[in-house]
Design a protein around this ligand. Structure first.
Ligand SMILES: Nc1ncnc2c1ncn2[C@@H]1O[C@H](COP(=O)(O)OP(=O)(O)OP(=O)(O)O)[C@@H](O)[C@H]1O
Ligand SMILES: [Mg+2]
Length: 331
């Protein structure tokens, strides 16, 4: 019999939707059975796992080929397709934000059920907050968790100098949302969502914004629309009520700083004693900056053929990030 630990691990990987882990635990169970002399059972298990793996990988291939594998014509320029593998556990967030994001994923996973009762799952999401706090990563995590493609809308291709063309292109993007379920990501959304008009041609930007407002309102596709911005204050007010959820991202607090450091240092550091001191050094930095500081520290240790990073090195690299940030802010 499989051990209780193996059973728990099997269930957990299934619940997490972690297919690789599921098969790996299943193989461990088979190996265990072989070892205790249940050769026939072990063989049966291995055969079952192998055929399931083949089936699921051909399903994955199918799932991957249909969606915009070859976006036709202009769409190919407008949408950049990827298939992120990011999972929810990649993100470290404030608890309230984490719960709201989990709710979106939950509603998306129960999509048909919710729709069959005439209700709409949350799927139009606005992410606001300072740089390096996980907005882009969130778009990848949504796609990764739901097993659907991420389609980055390229503003440089969308916004052209020819009046009227942009609305037609935006239409193509919204049509694609119906054809292919995915996470449609409008990054740096203030480029079109700003009421002040960042471009010289304020009239044209206004028209694009109006088109967007109309299209997002009418959209009843099965896709997710995710927009992100560092500048919510310049967004047109009419935009906010078009979204089902507005999620606010922020800089990490000391506890979150420690979490991200622990997460990034896994396997590379000696036991760290002064977490509080380290967290204090990270204060005011973004998740992205802290991640970079740790990566720099790890790179140094690799270059010098050392297996681990010391507490001191982590602190020094955080200081360096802080100084770097200070310099950049003065410009
Ligand atoms: N909340 C977070 N949890 C874990 N890692 C994070 C988080 N936020 C940022 N990171 C790390 O920093 C990197 C950059 O973050 P990301 O691109 O998501 O920031 P952003 O909020 O989109 O910033 P910008 O506004 O500049 O586009 C991520 O790939 C990840 O490594
Ligand atoms: Mg981003």
């Amino acid at each position: 019999m499989a051990s209780s630990e193996q059973l728990k691990a099997l269930l957990k990987s299934h619940i997490d939707g972690d297919e690789t882990q599921f098969y790996s635990v299943a193989m461990q169970v088979a190996a265990h059975e072989a070892k205790v002399g249940h050769g026939k059972l072990a063989e049966e298990l291995r055969t079952m796992i192998d055929s399931a793996k083949i089936r699921s990988s051909s399903e994955t291939v199918k799932r991957r080929l249909i969606p915009l594998a070859q976006p036709r014509g202009e769409l190919a320029n407008l949408l950049e397709v990827s298939y992120p593998h990011n999972r929810f556990s990649d993100l470290i967030l404030a608890e309230a934000l984490e719960m709201r994001l989990k709710r979106i994923i939950r509603e998306q996973r129960n999509f048909s059920k919710i729709r069959s009762h005439g209700l709409d799952p949350r799927r139009k999401i606005l992410l606001v907050g300072p740089p390096g706090t996980g907005k882009t990563l969130t778009a990848s995590v949504l796609a990764g968790e739901l097993g659907i493609p991420l389609l980055l809308v390229r503003f440089d291709a969308l916004i052209t100098k020819y009046m009227g063309e942009t609305s037609a292109k935006l239409r193509q993007v919204f049509d694609a949302m119906r054809d292919v379920r995915g996470v449609y990501f409008f990054d740096e959304f203030d480029a079109i969502g700003s009421h002040r008009g960042m471009s010289n041609d304020v009239g044209e930007i206004r028209r694009i914004l109006n088109s967007f407002l109309q299209m997002i309102e009418q959209d009843d596709s099965n896709s997710l629309i995710v927009a992100a911005t560092n500048h919510p204050e310049i967004l047109d007010h009419a935009l906010f009520r078009r979204f089902d959820d507005v999620l606010e991202y922020g800089l990490p607090n000391p506890q979150q700083i420690i979490s991200i450091l622990k997460n990034r240092l896994v396997g590379f550091s000696k036991p760290i004693k002064d977490w509080e001191g380290i967290a204090a050094k990270g204060e005011g930095l973004s998740y992205a900056e802290i991640t970079r500081a740790v990566r720099d520290a790890i790179k140094d240790s690799i270059i010098h053929d050392r297996a681990t990073v010391t507490e001191e090195e982590v602190k020094n690299n955080l200081d360096e990030r802080e100084a770097f940030r200070g310099r950049n802010h003065n410009h």
